[in-house]
Design a protein around this ligand. Structure first.
Ligand SMILES: NC(=O)C1=CN([C@@H]2O[C@H](COP(=O)(O)OP(=O)(O)OC[C@H]3O[C@@H](n4cnc5c(N)ncnc54)[C@H](O)[C@@H]3O)[C@@H](O)[C@H]2O)C=CC1
Ligand SMILES: O=P(O)(O)OC[C@H]1O[C@](O)(CO)[C@@H](O)[C@@H]1O
Length: 382
Protein backbone atom coordinates (compact mmCIF):
# COMPACT_ATOMS: atom_id res chain seq x y z
CA UNK A 1 0.00 0.00 0.00
CA UNK A 2 1.27 3.48 -0.82
CA UNK A 3 0.55 6.75 0.96
CA UNK A 4 1.21 10.15 -0.58
CA UNK A 5 1.92 12.70 2.12
CA UNK A 6 2.18 16.44 1.40
CA UNK A 7 4.63 18.22 3.74
CA UNK A 8 7.78 16.37 4.79
CA UNK A 9 8.23 18.67 7.78
CA UNK A 10 8.13 18.00 11.51
CA UNK A 11 4.63 16.53 11.76
CA UNK A 12 4.81 14.77 8.42
CA UNK A 13 8.07 12.95 9.13
CA UNK A 14 7.72 12.87 12.91
CA UNK A 15 4.11 11.76 13.34
CA UNK A 16 2.01 10.92 10.27
CA UNK A 17 4.82 8.77 8.84
CA UNK A 18 5.12 6.76 12.05
CA UNK A 19 1.44 5.79 12.02
CA UNK A 20 1.41 5.08 8.27
CA UNK A 21 4.57 2.96 8.52
CA UNK A 22 3.07 0.95 11.40
CA UNK A 23 0.03 0.41 9.18
CA UNK A 24 2.26 -1.07 6.44
CA UNK A 25 2.35 1.84 3.99
CA UNK A 26 5.33 2.94 1.95
CA UNK A 27 5.28 6.72 1.74
CA UNK A 28 5.93 9.22 -1.03
CA UNK A 29 6.50 12.63 0.54
CA UNK A 30 5.71 15.71 -1.55
CA UNK A 31 7.46 18.91 -0.55
CA UNK A 32 9.18 22.01 -1.94
CA UNK A 33 12.27 21.64 0.25
CA UNK A 34 14.90 20.34 -2.18
CA UNK A 35 17.33 19.16 0.54
CA UNK A 36 14.68 17.06 2.26
CA UNK A 37 13.46 15.55 -1.03
CA UNK A 38 17.01 14.69 -2.07
CA UNK A 39 17.74 13.06 1.32
CA UNK A 40 14.50 11.04 1.16
CA UNK A 41 15.43 9.69 -2.28
CA UNK A 42 19.06 8.99 -1.34
CA UNK A 43 18.43 7.40 2.06
CA UNK A 44 14.93 5.96 1.74
CA UNK A 45 14.73 5.80 5.56
CA UNK A 46 15.27 7.85 8.73
CA UNK A 47 14.85 7.69 12.50
CA UNK A 48 12.18 9.13 14.79
CA UNK A 49 13.76 9.86 18.19
CA UNK A 50 11.60 10.19 21.29
CA UNK A 51 12.17 12.75 24.05
CA UNK A 52 12.09 9.92 26.60
CA UNK A 53 15.14 8.35 28.26
CA UNK A 54 15.87 4.84 27.08
CA UNK A 55 13.11 4.56 24.48
CA UNK A 56 14.50 3.12 21.23
CA UNK A 57 14.14 5.07 17.98
CA UNK A 58 11.45 4.22 15.45
CA UNK A 59 12.83 3.58 11.97
CA UNK A 60 10.76 4.84 9.06
CA UNK A 61 11.59 2.87 5.89
CA UNK A 62 10.33 2.66 2.32
CA UNK A 63 10.08 6.40 1.81
CA UNK A 64 10.87 8.57 -1.18
CA UNK A 65 10.21 12.16 -2.18
CA UNK A 66 8.83 14.31 -4.98
CA UNK A 67 9.51 18.02 -5.36
CA UNK A 68 6.11 19.38 -6.37
CA UNK A 69 7.48 22.37 -8.31
CA UNK A 70 9.97 20.23 -10.24
CA UNK A 71 7.91 17.07 -10.77
CA UNK A 72 4.23 18.10 -10.89
CA UNK A 73 3.23 15.29 -13.30
CA UNK A 74 4.80 12.64 -11.03
CA UNK A 75 2.98 14.15 -8.02
CA UNK A 76 -0.33 13.92 -9.85
CA UNK A 77 0.32 10.33 -10.92
CA UNK A 78 1.28 9.45 -7.34
CA UNK A 79 -2.03 10.89 -6.09
CA UNK A 80 -3.85 8.94 -8.81
CA UNK A 81 -2.28 5.70 -7.61
CA UNK A 82 -2.29 6.32 -3.83
CA UNK A 83 -4.15 4.24 -1.25
CA UNK A 84 -4.36 7.23 1.09
CA UNK A 85 -3.36 10.91 0.84
CA UNK A 86 -2.45 12.96 3.90
CA UNK A 87 -1.18 16.50 4.43
CA UNK A 88 0.72 18.44 7.10
CA UNK A 89 1.75 21.62 5.32
CA UNK A 90 0.08 24.29 7.47
CA UNK A 91 -3.43 25.75 6.96
CA UNK A 92 -2.12 28.62 4.80
CA UNK A 93 -0.49 26.20 2.35
CA UNK A 94 -3.57 24.04 1.66
CA UNK A 95 -4.69 26.26 -1.29
CA UNK A 96 -1.23 25.81 -2.86
CA UNK A 97 -1.31 22.00 -2.94
CA UNK A 98 -4.94 21.80 -4.10
CA UNK A 99 -4.17 21.99 -7.84
CA UNK A 100 -1.84 18.95 -7.63
CA UNK A 101 -4.42 16.98 -5.69
CA UNK A 102 -7.20 17.95 -8.09
CA UNK A 103 -5.11 16.90 -11.11
CA UNK A 104 -4.39 13.58 -9.36
CA UNK A 105 -8.10 13.12 -8.64
CA UNK A 106 -8.92 13.76 -12.33
CA UNK A 107 -6.40 11.10 -13.38
CA UNK A 108 -7.88 8.71 -10.84
CA UNK A 109 -11.36 9.22 -12.21
CA UNK A 110 -10.11 8.79 -15.80
CA UNK A 111 -8.36 5.55 -14.84
CA UNK A 112 -11.37 4.29 -12.80
CA UNK A 113 -9.26 3.67 -9.74
CA UNK A 114 -10.68 2.73 -6.32
CA UNK A 115 -12.06 5.30 -3.84
CA UNK A 116 -9.62 7.40 -1.84
CA UNK A 117 -9.57 9.36 1.40
CA UNK A 118 -7.60 12.59 1.72
CA UNK A 119 -6.89 13.54 5.33
CA UNK A 120 -5.57 17.00 6.26
CA UNK A 121 -3.52 16.75 9.47
CA UNK A 122 -3.39 20.45 10.27
CA UNK A 123 -4.06 22.44 13.42
CA UNK A 124 -7.44 23.72 12.36
CA UNK A 125 -11.10 22.91 12.69
CA UNK A 126 -12.46 21.39 9.45
CA UNK A 127 -9.04 21.02 7.75
CA UNK A 128 -9.98 18.27 5.27
CA UNK A 129 -13.24 20.02 4.45
CA UNK A 130 -11.30 23.23 3.73
CA UNK A 131 -8.90 21.29 1.49
CA UNK A 132 -11.90 19.78 -0.30
CA UNK A 133 -13.21 23.27 -1.17
CA UNK A 134 -9.80 24.27 -2.54
CA UNK A 135 -9.58 21.07 -4.60
CA UNK A 136 -13.12 21.49 -5.95
CA UNK A 137 -12.18 24.90 -7.36
CA UNK A 138 -9.85 23.08 -9.78
CA UNK A 139 -12.41 20.49 -10.94
CA UNK A 140 -14.98 20.89 -13.70
CA UNK A 141 -18.63 20.22 -12.84
CA UNK A 142 -18.58 16.65 -14.10
CA UNK A 143 -15.42 15.69 -12.18
CA UNK A 144 -16.68 17.51 -9.11
CA UNK A 145 -19.82 15.35 -9.09
CA UNK A 146 -17.82 12.17 -9.76
CA UNK A 147 -15.28 13.01 -7.03
CA UNK A 148 -18.10 13.54 -4.57
CA UNK A 149 -18.90 9.83 -4.87
CA UNK A 150 -15.42 8.34 -4.49
CA UNK A 151 -13.06 10.87 -2.88
CA UNK A 152 -13.50 11.36 0.86
CA UNK A 153 -12.16 14.28 2.89
CA UNK A 154 -12.64 13.15 6.50
CA UNK A 155 -11.73 15.79 9.05
CA UNK A 156 -9.03 14.96 11.59
CA UNK A 157 -7.33 16.25 14.74
CA UNK A 158 -3.62 15.63 15.29
CA UNK A 159 -1.69 16.19 18.47
CA UNK A 160 2.02 15.65 19.05
CA UNK A 161 4.66 18.23 19.89
CA UNK A 162 7.40 18.16 17.29
CA UNK A 163 9.64 21.08 18.25
CA UNK A 164 12.25 22.98 16.23
CA UNK A 165 14.85 20.32 15.54
CA UNK A 166 18.25 20.28 17.28
CA UNK A 167 21.42 20.37 15.15
CA UNK A 168 21.94 16.88 13.77
CA UNK A 169 23.90 15.14 11.04
CA UNK A 170 20.87 13.85 9.17
CA UNK A 171 18.29 16.32 7.84
CA UNK A 172 15.54 13.66 8.01
CA UNK A 173 15.82 12.35 11.58
CA UNK A 174 13.30 13.96 13.86
CA UNK A 175 12.93 14.41 17.62
CA UNK A 176 9.35 14.15 18.92
CA UNK A 177 7.47 13.98 22.19
CA UNK A 178 6.38 10.40 22.99
CA UNK A 179 2.66 11.27 23.23
CA UNK A 180 0.46 11.45 20.18
CA UNK A 181 -3.22 11.49 19.33
CA UNK A 182 -4.79 11.26 15.86
CA UNK A 183 -8.58 11.38 15.67
CA UNK A 184 -10.42 10.93 12.34
CA UNK A 185 -14.10 11.51 11.66
CA UNK A 186 -15.61 8.50 9.89
CA UNK A 187 -18.83 9.59 8.10
CA UNK A 188 -16.99 11.33 5.23
CA UNK A 189 -14.71 8.37 4.48
CA UNK A 190 -14.93 6.65 1.11
CA UNK A 191 -12.41 3.90 1.74
CA UNK A 192 -12.97 2.75 5.31
CA UNK A 193 -11.13 -0.58 4.81
CA UNK A 194 -7.88 1.39 4.37
CA UNK A 195 -8.21 4.79 6.04
CA UNK A 196 -10.51 3.45 8.74
CA UNK A 197 -8.10 0.85 10.11
CA UNK A 198 -4.91 2.77 10.96
CA UNK A 199 -3.38 1.48 14.21
CA UNK A 200 -3.44 3.87 17.19
CA UNK A 201 -5.88 6.20 15.43
CA UNK A 202 -9.14 7.01 17.20
CA UNK A 203 -12.19 6.99 14.95
CA UNK A 204 -15.23 9.05 15.87
CA UNK A 205 -18.59 9.80 14.32
CA UNK A 206 -18.37 13.48 15.32
CA UNK A 207 -15.01 15.22 15.56
CA UNK A 208 -16.06 18.66 16.77
CA UNK A 209 -15.93 17.94 20.54
CA UNK A 210 -12.50 16.30 20.19
CA UNK A 211 -10.95 18.96 18.02
CA UNK A 212 -12.39 21.79 20.10
CA UNK A 213 -11.14 20.15 23.30
CA UNK A 214 -7.70 19.81 21.73
CA UNK A 215 -7.59 23.24 20.04
CA UNK A 216 -8.96 25.16 23.04
CA UNK A 217 -6.72 23.38 25.53
CA UNK A 218 -3.42 22.33 23.92
CA UNK A 219 -3.31 25.07 21.31
CA UNK A 220 -5.01 27.90 23.22
CA UNK A 221 -2.94 27.07 26.32
CA UNK A 222 0.25 26.86 24.30
CA UNK A 223 -0.50 30.14 22.54
CA UNK A 224 -1.18 31.81 25.91
CA UNK A 225 2.19 30.60 27.20
CA UNK A 226 3.97 31.75 24.04
CA UNK A 227 2.46 35.23 23.80
CA UNK A 228 2.44 35.97 27.55
CA UNK A 229 5.93 34.47 27.85
CA UNK A 230 7.24 36.62 24.98
CA UNK A 231 5.72 39.74 26.56
CA UNK A 232 7.47 38.92 29.83
CA UNK A 233 10.83 38.39 28.13
CA UNK A 234 10.93 34.60 27.80
CA UNK A 235 12.13 32.75 24.70
CA UNK A 236 11.23 29.14 25.50
CA UNK A 237 8.04 27.38 26.55
CA UNK A 238 9.85 26.03 29.63
CA UNK A 239 10.83 29.60 30.53
CA UNK A 240 7.23 30.77 30.10
CA UNK A 241 6.03 27.98 32.40
CA UNK A 242 8.57 28.96 35.03
CA UNK A 243 7.71 32.67 34.79
CA UNK A 244 4.98 33.29 37.37
CA UNK A 245 3.25 35.97 35.27
CA UNK A 246 2.93 33.93 32.05
CA UNK A 247 2.19 30.77 34.06
CA UNK A 248 -0.74 32.59 35.71
CA UNK A 249 -2.13 33.63 32.32
CA UNK A 250 -1.78 30.02 31.08
CA UNK A 251 -3.61 28.65 34.15
CA UNK A 252 -6.36 31.27 33.81
CA UNK A 253 -6.84 30.55 30.11
CA UNK A 254 -7.20 26.81 30.75
CA UNK A 255 -9.83 27.55 33.41
CA UNK A 256 -11.75 29.73 30.96
CA UNK A 257 -11.65 27.33 28.00
CA UNK A 258 -12.42 24.47 30.41
CA UNK A 259 -15.57 26.32 31.45
CA UNK A 260 -16.52 26.74 27.79
CA UNK A 261 -15.90 23.07 26.95
CA UNK A 262 -18.07 21.98 29.84
CA UNK A 263 -20.73 24.44 28.77
CA UNK A 264 -20.64 23.14 25.16
CA UNK A 265 -20.16 19.44 25.64
CA UNK A 266 -20.73 18.46 29.22
CA UNK A 267 -17.15 17.18 29.56
CA UNK A 268 -16.59 15.71 32.98
CA UNK A 269 -14.91 18.26 35.27
CA UNK A 270 -12.37 15.83 36.76
CA UNK A 271 -11.49 14.37 33.36
CA UNK A 272 -10.85 17.86 32.06
CA UNK A 273 -8.57 18.61 35.04
CA UNK A 274 -6.61 15.43 34.32
CA UNK A 275 -6.36 16.47 30.66
CA UNK A 276 -5.01 19.88 31.77
CA UNK A 277 -2.39 18.24 33.98
CA UNK A 278 -1.33 15.90 31.19
CA UNK A 279 -0.88 18.85 28.85
CA UNK A 280 1.09 20.85 31.40
CA UNK A 281 3.40 17.82 31.79
CA UNK A 282 3.83 17.55 28.01
CA UNK A 283 4.77 21.23 27.72
CA UNK A 284 7.20 20.79 30.62
CA UNK A 285 9.56 18.43 28.74
CA UNK A 286 13.01 20.07 28.79
CA UNK A 287 14.41 17.67 26.14
CA UNK A 288 12.03 19.22 23.59
CA UNK A 289 13.52 22.69 24.09
CA UNK A 290 10.37 24.09 22.49
CA UNK A 291 10.69 27.70 21.38
CA UNK A 292 8.18 30.53 21.71
CA UNK A 293 8.90 31.46 18.09
CA UNK A 294 7.50 28.07 16.97
CA UNK A 295 4.45 28.01 19.21
CA UNK A 296 3.67 31.69 18.53
CA UNK A 297 4.34 31.51 14.78
CA UNK A 298 1.87 33.22 12.41
CA UNK A 299 -0.15 35.24 14.97
CA UNK A 300 -2.45 36.56 12.26
CA UNK A 301 -3.63 33.02 11.53
CA UNK A 302 -3.90 32.24 15.23
CA UNK A 303 -5.97 35.41 15.79
CA UNK A 304 -8.47 34.36 13.09
CA UNK A 305 -12.16 34.20 13.92
CA UNK A 306 -12.38 30.38 13.89
CA UNK A 307 -9.06 29.92 15.67
CA UNK A 308 -7.79 29.04 19.15
CA UNK A 309 -8.05 32.55 20.71
CA UNK A 310 -10.98 34.42 19.20
CA UNK A 311 -13.34 31.46 18.80
CA UNK A 312 -13.42 30.50 22.53
CA UNK A 313 -13.38 34.18 23.54
CA UNK A 314 -16.47 34.94 21.43
CA UNK A 315 -18.26 31.78 22.51
CA UNK A 316 -17.64 32.59 26.19
CA UNK A 317 -18.88 36.13 25.63
CA UNK A 318 -22.03 34.80 23.94
CA UNK A 319 -22.59 32.52 26.94
CA UNK A 320 -22.30 35.55 29.24
CA UNK A 321 -19.01 34.36 30.76
CA UNK A 322 -16.11 36.78 31.30
CA UNK A 323 -12.72 35.63 29.98
CA UNK A 324 -10.10 38.09 31.26
CA UNK A 325 -7.13 35.78 30.68
CA UNK A 326 -8.11 35.01 27.09
CA UNK A 327 -8.69 38.70 26.53
CA UNK A 328 -5.23 39.47 27.87
CA UNK A 329 -3.74 36.71 25.70
CA UNK A 330 -5.36 38.22 22.60
CA UNK A 331 -3.72 41.52 23.46
CA UNK A 332 -0.35 39.80 23.99
CA UNK A 333 -0.77 38.07 20.62
CA UNK A 334 -1.46 41.38 18.89
CA UNK A 335 1.66 42.87 20.48
CA UNK A 336 3.81 39.80 19.73
CA UNK A 337 6.89 40.85 17.77
CA UNK A 338 9.23 38.31 16.21
CA UNK A 339 11.53 39.90 13.62
CA UNK A 340 11.54 36.63 11.64
CA UNK A 341 7.76 36.24 11.61
CA UNK A 342 6.13 38.07 8.70
CA UNK A 343 2.64 38.04 10.25
CA UNK A 344 3.80 39.50 13.55
CA UNK A 345 5.66 42.21 11.62
CA UNK A 346 2.53 43.07 9.62
CA UNK A 347 0.44 43.46 12.79
CA UNK A 348 3.16 45.52 14.50
CA UNK A 349 3.44 47.87 11.51
CA UNK A 350 -0.32 48.31 11.29
CA UNK A 351 -0.58 49.06 15.01
CA UNK A 352 1.98 51.85 14.50
CA UNK A 353 0.12 53.34 11.55
CA UNK A 354 -3.60 52.78 12.20
CA UNK A 355 -6.06 53.08 15.10
CA UNK A 356 -5.87 49.93 17.26
CA UNK A 357 -9.64 49.41 17.03
CA UNK A 358 -9.45 49.01 13.24
CA UNK A 359 -6.38 46.79 13.29
CA UNK A 360 -7.95 44.47 15.87
CA UNK A 361 -11.12 44.24 13.79
CA UNK A 362 -9.20 43.55 10.57
CA UNK A 363 -6.94 40.91 12.10
CA UNK A 364 -9.55 39.07 14.18
CA UNK A 365 -12.57 39.53 11.91
CA UNK A 366 -14.53 40.71 14.97
CA UNK A 367 -17.38 43.16 14.38
CA UNK A 368 -18.75 43.33 17.93
CA UNK A 369 -17.86 46.82 19.21
CA UNK A 370 -18.02 45.76 22.85
CA UNK A 371 -15.40 43.06 22.33
CA UNK A 372 -13.24 45.29 20.13
CA UNK A 373 -13.24 48.00 22.78
CA UNK A 374 -12.36 45.49 25.51
CA UNK A 375 -9.37 44.21 23.53
CA UNK A 376 -8.30 47.75 22.70
CA UNK A 377 -8.43 48.68 26.40
CA UNK A 378 -6.37 45.59 27.18
CA UNK A 379 -3.69 46.63 24.70
CA UNK A 380 -3.66 50.16 26.12
CA UNK A 381 -3.21 48.75 29.62
CA UNK A 382 -0.06 46.86 28.59
N1 LIG B 1 4.86 20.68 14.94
C1 LIG B 1 3.87 20.30 15.70
O1 LIG B 1 4.08 20.01 16.88
C2 LIG B 1 2.48 20.19 15.18
C3 LIG B 1 2.07 20.71 13.99
N2 LIG B 1 0.78 20.51 13.57
C4 LIG B 1 0.33 21.01 12.29
O2 LIG B 1 1.00 20.30 11.25
C5 LIG B 1 1.16 21.16 10.13
C6 LIG B 1 2.63 21.19 9.75
O3 LIG B 1 3.37 21.70 10.85
P1 LIG B 1 4.91 21.37 11.03
O4 LIG B 1 5.19 20.00 10.53
O5 LIG B 1 5.27 21.74 12.40
O6 LIG B 1 5.54 22.43 10.02
P2 LIG B 1 6.87 22.29 9.17
O7 LIG B 1 7.19 23.67 8.70
O8 LIG B 1 7.90 21.53 9.89
O9 LIG B 1 6.40 21.41 7.91
C7 LIG B 1 5.64 21.90 6.85
C8 LIG B 1 6.22 21.31 5.56
O10 LIG B 1 5.40 21.71 4.47
C9 LIG B 1 6.25 22.00 3.38
N3 LIG B 1 5.59 22.83 2.39
C10 LIG B 1 5.40 24.18 2.41
N4 LIG B 1 4.78 24.57 1.28
C11 LIG B 1 4.56 23.45 0.55
C12 LIG B 1 3.95 23.20 -0.70
N5 LIG B 1 3.46 24.19 -1.46
N6 LIG B 1 3.90 21.91 -1.15
C13 LIG B 1 4.39 20.89 -0.40
N7 LIG B 1 4.98 21.08 0.81
C14 LIG B 1 5.06 22.34 1.27
C15 LIG B 1 7.45 22.69 4.03
O11 LIG B 1 8.58 22.71 3.16
C16 LIG B 1 7.64 21.82 5.26
O12 LIG B 1 8.51 20.73 4.98
C17 LIG B 1 0.59 22.51 10.55
O13 LIG B 1 -0.75 22.61 10.16
C18 LIG B 1 0.67 22.47 12.07
O14 LIG B 1 -0.26 23.30 12.68
C19 LIG B 1 -0.12 19.80 14.28
C20 LIG B 1 0.23 19.26 15.47
C21 LIG B 1 1.56 19.41 15.99
O1 LIG C 1 1.21 24.46 14.51
P1 LIG C 1 0.59 25.80 14.87
O2 LIG C 1 -0.86 25.88 14.56
O3 LIG C 1 1.38 26.94 14.39
O4 LIG C 1 0.65 25.90 16.42
C1 LIG C 1 1.61 25.32 17.20
C2 LIG C 1 0.87 24.30 17.99
O5 LIG C 1 0.98 23.00 17.44
C3 LIG C 1 1.39 22.09 18.38
O6 LIG C 1 2.69 21.81 18.08
C4 LIG C 1 0.71 20.78 18.43
O7 LIG C 1 -0.64 20.82 18.53
C5 LIG C 1 1.20 22.77 19.67
O8 LIG C 1 2.27 22.42 20.43
C6 LIG C 1 1.16 24.23 19.38
O9 LIG C 1 0.17 24.80 20.15
Amino acid sequence: MRAVHFGAGNIGRGFVAEVLTEAGFSITFVDINADVIQALNEDGAYEIMYAEQGRPNFRVENVDGLHSAEKPREVEQAVAEADIVTTAVGPNVLPHIAAHIAAGVELRLEQSRPPLDIVACENMVGGSEALKSHVQMHLNLENKAAAEQVIGFPNAAVDRIVPPQPEKKNVLDVLVEPFFEWVIETPDMKRKETSGTLPNVTYVAELLPFIQRKMFTVNTGHAALAYAGAYHGETTIMGALENSRSAAVFAGVLEETGTLLQHLYDFDHDELKTYHQKIRGRFQTPELNDQITRVGRQPMRKLGKEERLISPYVQLHEAGIEAPHLQRTIAYALLYNDAEDEESQLITERLHREPAFEVISAVTGLQDEVLLEKIQAEIEAL
